[in-house]
Design a protein around this ligand. Structure first.
Ligand code: GLA
Length: 377
């Protein structure tokens, strides 16, 4: 295939980056063609760390295509759902691996008001707007620039979203940096500036199955969420505005609990979401990266810890996967085949004055970071 012939190996000089020679010798970024979209050609970047962990990212939607990690016996597996080729991602109704924006999650009735002006978005999820609209950040081509520095190797992705795009105000310049460190962390740093006030909520939509994608469901994964409260939703999955205590409900993951232990309980919120599809209000003290969630798969010993600067995390247990998507290696993805931990501002924040503001003002710089740290025990 042409993709193989165009493979290009990029080594970044240790002198320029000030890296110890052992680190750069083992850090490797490979670029190859991933095919063509109606908007132009796209590439696939393969980033490997010193421990042999391999991350593949395409600049189409900034999608994390695969992440191969060892289990407790050292056997690697790809732990994110996705497709074998670009064609699959061109549809991608489930947002596998994508960068989501401008506004991740839902905006009620596709409507919000900023500085006295009412804006209208496409209603692509019942009466609401979901994940940035018809052509959100998951469906655009990002400019990609590979790098290696002291922290690891990665990719800087940039996208300029025009004033009025998908109904949002202001010209927005967005930069998302993926860094794979030698400590088996995937760090995602988001930055943005705008020339008009705009709602902004960026996240990453990977579907994790720590047993390996296509290898059963996540109901026996053990989950801890650092959240005493969550934002309950109405029938269309829009927050009611309440910050409800998880205490005594199936939403309580303050102590490690099997994801599937209570997922089918007769609890209104679980019935609405067809499982967990909720924003949890993280217990935070001050700024900076703080532990949001930890997931352990007892079968393989793989552990995922999520650290973020964001106030919330959406736990989504793949409730809408119904066997109609065939992903990598002909694997059929059934309900609960994976879980997402989407770090974020709360859904529909522009319509809830009591939620942390998700409006970026001109002159401000949006900064948000999330670290997915992987261990095998
Ligand atoms: C988010 C939403 C879900 C669903 C998925 C994508 O997690 O909250 O309801 O739309 O994205 O399928």
């Amino acid at each position: 295939m042409r993709a193989r012939h165009t493979a290009l190996f990029l080594f970044i000089s240790s002198l320029l980056c000030g890296m110890p020679s052992t680190a750069w010798e083992e850090s490797l970024i490979r670029k190859e063609s991933f095919g063509k979209t109606p908007d132009g050609p796209v590439d696939l970047y393969t980033i490997t760390n010193a421990k042999g962990v391999e991350l593949r990212v395409t600049n189409y939607g900034g999608i994390i295509v695969s992440l191969r990690l060892p289990d407790k016996n050292g056997s690697p597996a790809d732990i994110v759902l996705g497709y074998d080729n670009l064609d699959g991602y061109l549809k991608n109704p489930a947002y596998f691996g994508a960068i989501v924006g401008r506004y991740a999650n839902r905006i009620a009735n596709g409507k919000f008001t900023v500085d006295g002006i009412e804006y209208h978005l496409a209603k692509n999820n019942g009466p609401n707007s979901l994940h940035g609209g018809l052509k959100g950040f998951d469906k655009v081509i990002w400019r990609a620039e590979p790098f290696t520095d002291q922290q690891g190797s990665g990719l800087i992705l940039s996208f300029a979203s025009k004033d009025g795009e998908e109904g949002y105000p202001g010209n927005l310049k967005t930069k998302v940096t993926y860094t794979l460190t030698d400590q088996n962390e995937l760090k995602i740093d988001y930055e943005a500036t705008t020339d008009e006030a705009t709602p902004l909520n960026l996240t990453s939509h990977s579907y994790f199955n720590l047993s390996g994608e296509g290898n059963g469901d996540i109901l026996k994964h053990e989950l801890t969420l650092n959240a005493d409260r969550f934002t309950p939703v109405d029938q269309t999955e829009i927050p009611t505005g309440d910050l409800r205590s998880v205490n005594g409900t199936p939403m309580d993951f303050t102590k490690s609990t099997l994801v599937g232990a209570r997922i089918n309980d007769n609890y209104e919120q679980l019935l609405i979401g067809h499982g967990y599809d909720h924003n949890f209000v993280l217990n935070r003290k001050g700024d900076g990266l703080q532990l949001a969630a930890s997931v352990r798969d007892p079968r393989t010993g793989r552990v995922l810890e999520v650290y973020t600067t964001e106030p919330g995390v959406q736990l989504y247990t793949g409730n809408f996967l119904d066997g109609t998507i065939t992903g990598k290696q002909s694997h059929v993805y059934n309900k609960h085949a994976a879980l997402c931990l989407e770090t974020q501002h709360f859904p529909d924040s522009p319509n809830h004055a009591n939620f942390p503001s998700a409006i970026l003002q001109p002159g401000q710089r949006y900064r948000s970071s999330t670290v997915y740290k992987f261990l095998a025990q």
